[in-house]
Ligand binder design. Structure first.
Ligand code: FES
Length: 96
């Protein structure tokens, strides 16, 4: 199975994760500063900025797009509870 490298810029920790892993699943485990609420793509609490490798993440769903717009998120921002790692390169994220 394909693996991607997910790096949490705020705590400088990198983890190799299988394709399909949601960022929030790992950020919780490693103690990164990305906070969350609903975990369902609804509250916008888990907004994160993607410093590198945004192309390694799944495309935002219609729901995520809506929440991103409501939060006036920039192009390099995603919801950690929705974004799945799908590419093999390095993706660097940090709390928004
Ligand atoms: S935790 Fe609510 S949108 Fe991600």
């Amino acid at each position: 199975m394909a693996k991607g490298k997910l790096t949490f810029g705020d705590i400088d920790v990198s983890v190799n994760v299988p394709a399909g892993t949601r960022v929030i699943e790992v950020s919780e485990k490693v103690g990164a500063g990305i906070i969350y609420g609903c975990r369902e793509g609804d509250c916008g609490t888990c907004l994160m900025s993607v410093d590198e490798g945004i192309e390694n993440l799944s495309e935002p769903s219609a729901l995520e797009d809506k929440v991103l717009k409501e939060n006036m998120a920039g192009k390099d921002m995603r919801l950690a509870c929705q974004a799945q790692v799908i590419g093999e390169g390095e993706t660097i994220v940090k709390p928004a």
